[in-house]
Design a protein around this ligand. Structure first.
Ligand SMILES: NC(=O)C1=CN([C@@H]2O[C@H](COP(=O)(O)OP(=O)(O)OC[C@H]3O[C@@H](n4cnc5c(N)ncnc54)[C@H](O)[C@@H]3O)[C@@H](O)[C@H]2O)[C@H](O)CC1
Ligand SMILES: [K+]
Length: 499
């Protein structure tokens, strides 16, 4: 996969083990990890005179902590170490043996507000909720208000899901080892991690890229290479023809937002399909976007016989129930690249199998589902105990569709296992109609032939970039018209990068 890989803990263990097998002892990895963290601390002017309290756990994260303690003490810093757990093993035992100072029991550690706390209690190996004396120290750290630097990931945050295991340390700074993990991007882990940087600890790229990691951070590096750009001989028919279905006479705005999004992102032509009853209200508001009247699903099926209509979106403000299911069936049977959102999803509440059956196995063109958490739960159930990443991945595999599970940490998952986590989301996007525009952006990119997963990633990122840059006062109507500016920045930066 292109872009920044986000290994889960099992994948991280494989990176570790393969690096060790290929000749780097575990203690060397641990010393590099400790060196990287110590260097960050020593380079920060605001921490120059702070006494350091290193909290060490019973595994390799604790081992990293002992290395940091030794290096900071060697650099002349005042360092206390407090540790939890029984006997250390392997590289962690070697690192602890190199720490020449005393080790306090964890329950005796009293953080001072002036301390710099190094959190080396747990990393990717957390196996259960924090309780007892570790939960106690997490509370005391938080009450002290001291600055916290977390090694790899804040203790208590699950590296795979971003969920808090009982309680967790809140870090101002986190130094992720070798790579960020999904838990640094998924909420609430992202909130707990503070500012995250990655330390290179010498995992060879053959190891990291050979391990089949399928999760990436959603950034242009993941999809810019296939982002559609009009060629010098393009005409509008080369840029695809998107179709958006309108709701009834008093529910037409959502489809127009989507249609404008599709046009602004570069679809050559966009047609809004409306009932005769909603024709005049739609016609009064549209100029570049064309209109066709279809009162029944059969009429839409006939329209879609023309394969120039190559991408279809439906769901926003369409109404919930059998009628919408019939429109969805007609579109899916036509086998066009399709985006299903909102009411098109909720009309299948509790019956995801019926939707999966309509999507079918043998179709040529992809389907994208764009639920928010509520729509997702109604369609697929709550998926209790699964991470947001796993829920989206499972839904994608079960339905054969790309799933865009929206939220402040939107996850995009493909049926083949690829997934991306978005992190440029903006609270300003939480405004009526913003999701409708996103539907249009995805549809417009698919109309131009972009892969459905990459189109979804690109649309989510551009939508968020536009919302974040505009900021206060954003309304959904603004979003399509912010695309030219975002595209200019994206494509110009891309040209510079690829030059
Ligand atoms: N990524 C790399 O290449 C390197 C990573 N390093 C560091 O190693 C940790 C992962 O180490 P691991 O030993 O697998 O796990 P932890 O240190 O996170 O903890 C495991 C330890 O803790 C016990 N435990 C788990 N949960 C709890 C709990 N809730 N309460 C009490 N005890 C718990 C468990 O039984 C184990 O004993 C990684 O994050 C990096 O920091 C290497 O140092 C360098 C290479
Ligand atoms: K930690």
């Amino acid at each position: 996969m292109r872009g920044e890989l986000l290994p889960v803990s099992a994948e991280m263990r494989r990176w570790d083990a393969e690096t060790i097998t290929s000749g780097t002892p575990g203690i060397d990895l641990m010393r590099r990890a400790g060196r990287a963290v110590a260097d960050v601390i020593l380079s920060e002017a605001r921490w120059r005179s702070a006494p350091v309290l290193v909290l060490c756990g019973p595994g390799n994260n604790g081992g990293d902590g002992y290395v940091v303690a030794r290096l900071l003490a060697e650099a002349g810093r005042r360092v206390r170490v407090a540790a939890f757990g029984g006997e250390l093993r392997g590289a962690a035992a070697l690192a602890a043996a190199d720490w020449p100072g005393p080790v306090l029991p964890l329950e005796d550690a009293v953080p001072d507000p002036a301390d710099l706390i190094v959190d080396a209690l747990f990393g990717t190996g957390i196996g259960r909720d924090l309780e007892g004396e570790v939960a106690g120290i997490v509370g005391r750290v938080s009450d002290s208000g001291a600055a916290v630097v977390a090694i790899d990931i804040p203790s208590g945050v699950d590296a795979d899901s971003g969920q808090v295991r009982g309680v967790a340390i809140r870090a101002g700074r986190t130094i992720a080892l070798a790579a960020r993990k999904p838990g640094h991007l998924l909420q609430p882990g992202r909130e707990y991690s503070g500012c995250v940087t990655v330390a290179d600890i010498g995992i060879p790229s053959e190891v990291s890229h050979g391990a089949g990691v399928l999760t990436v951070a959603n950034e242009p590096a993941a999809w810019l290479a296939t982002f559609p750009r009009p060629g010098s001989i393009s005409h509008k028919y080369d840029r695809g023809h998107a179709v958006v279905l309108s709701g009834g006479p008093s529910h037409t705005g959502a489809a127009r937002l989507a249609a404008r999004g599709a046009l602004r992102i570069g679809a050559g032509l966009v047609t809004l399909v409306t009932s005769a009853r909603a024709l005049s209200v739609n016609a009064a508001h549209l100029t570049a976007i064309m209109i066709r009247v279809c009162d029944e699903p059969d009429e839409l099926s006939d329209l879609l016989m023309d394969d120039r209509f190559n991408a279809v979106a439906l769901g926003p403000a369409l109404g919930i129930g059998e009628t919408t299911r019939a429109w969805v069936a007609a579109v899916l049977e036509s086998d066009r690249a399709t985006v299903l959102d909102a009411d098109a999803l909720t009309s299948f509440a509790g019956d995801a199998q019926a939707l999966a059956d309509l999507i079918g196995a043998g179709r040529e063109h992809p389907v994208v589902l764009t639920p928010h958490e509520g729509e997702f739960a109604r369609l697929f159930g709550k998926g209790t105990g699964l991470s947001k990443l796993d829920r989206a991945r499972r839904a994608a595999a079960d339905t054969g569709a790309v799933v865009v599970l929206k939220g402040p940490d939107t996850v995009i998952a493909a049926p083949d296992g690829r997934a991306a986590i978005n992190e440029n989301g903006s609270a300003y996007l939480a405004t009526a109609g913003s999701g409708d525009v996103l539907v249009g952006l995805i549809t417009g990119l698919m109309a131009q032939g972009m892969d459905a997963f990459e189109a979804s990633c690109a649309a989510v990122w551009l939508h968020a970039a536009a919302g974040g840059r505009f900021g206060p006062g954003l309304i959904a109507e603004d979003l399509p018209d912010l695309m030219p500016g975002e595209l200019r920045l994206l494509l110009t930066a891309g040209d510079v990068t690829s030059a």
